[in-house]
Design a protein around this ligand. Sequence first.
Ligand SMILES: [Zn+2]
Length: 457
Amino acid sequence: MYDLLIKNGQVVTPDLVQDANIAVKDGKIAAILAKGDEPEAAKVIDAAGKQVFPGAIDTHAHLNDPGYEWREDYEHGTAAAVVGGYTTIIDMPLQNEPALTTPEIFDAKLAKVQPNAYSDFAFWGGLVPGNLDQLKGLDERGVIAFKSFLGPVSPDYSPLTYGQAYQAMKIIKEFGGMAGFHCEDFAMIKEGEKAQKEAGNLTWRGFLDSRTPASEIVATETVVEIAKELECRAHICHVSHPAAAEKVYEAQCEGYQVSAETCGHYLSFTEDDVLENGPLFKCAPPLRTKADVEGMWMCVEAGVFAGLASDHSPCTYDEKFNEILGQKIENVFDVWGGISGIQSCVQAIYSEGVFKRGVDPRVLANSWAKLPAEAFHIYGKKGDIKVGFDADIVIIDPEREWEITADSLYYVNKISAFVGMKGKGLPVATFVRGELMAEDGKLVGQKGTGELVKRLF
Ligand SMILES: [Zn+2]
């Protein structure tokens, strides 16, 4: 007897849309059966009229645990993830106290967060100027990739110069790891901000003009060139502009192992949202023009992105509107940069893509499950609906209309740019390794179900 049978649904995988039943045993997909073939199972879910997708992988989330649990923690962040349709999240090493830069810190973080996890999770390892001798040890512990910045980000985390990035990637290449980067050229955004401030443009227009697409494209191209020369795997985080995506695509066409993700907000919002609504829509790189968003969707459809991430960057209300760690917010440049979206991205992406733009749902299965699983070397366990894979599944009701409310969010701080957004097509059930974790927008699974995911090779 099977543990679970999901029947009558339309199963959407990267290659195929088919009416099929899915049988699950011991957390794995055990059989994919013709519709009507209904073997005995302990639990049966009728997915008639719904689409059954591989669970989405959030390649980029900041859960801030340990250290800043008043912004977010594993309990709330992974609850929000499963309610929203992400079954695995890859958590960032910074905005942690301490930042995840040594094997000992890895052990302490894992021990603290695993008992509170609802989704499966992997760790990005820290890559900062002082820890190049720790990278191999971190890789052996199980970090899935290494994250670094090219400009200042937070007090707990120092950026790399391009020269340091080169040296680090030389080391990472040796053990087959992957380096991920926040790509905005620091020299350009520093001068951009200075110029806007000197001109007295302390406005949202001034903020947008301080971080133009060129700074993102230049940094992306530089990282891609380093990765190509060293033949090191590289991942470009949160691409916001199609011209940056093109740099990645070109390298992929040349056969290099360079991947990139984009985020729900870059596929849903434009710079007009920043200009009209301000703080909640501030992120870096910033939101782009309407035409850029359409260009980003073309890149999604072309299969450029390995990950439709949240870049969930939680903060308190005060950090958006009043003060950050005792520092009063004087102008737009001081406002916390980051959007909370781990619960909302999957439905926003589905609605913006499939419902509004007629995107083939297989494109989403490919971009939010298979391609990220391949890029992070977890395909085979995660990333598809195939026999032997973990039964990580999200069921979407394509007809369900929704409006996101603050009350519905599982975050520690129930503030988000996505509040008030309306759309169609909603995750109505999420399974992690065959366990029903969320149903109809409510958390139903057990805390501690989530497990650490390491790369397979
Ligand atoms: Zn981030």
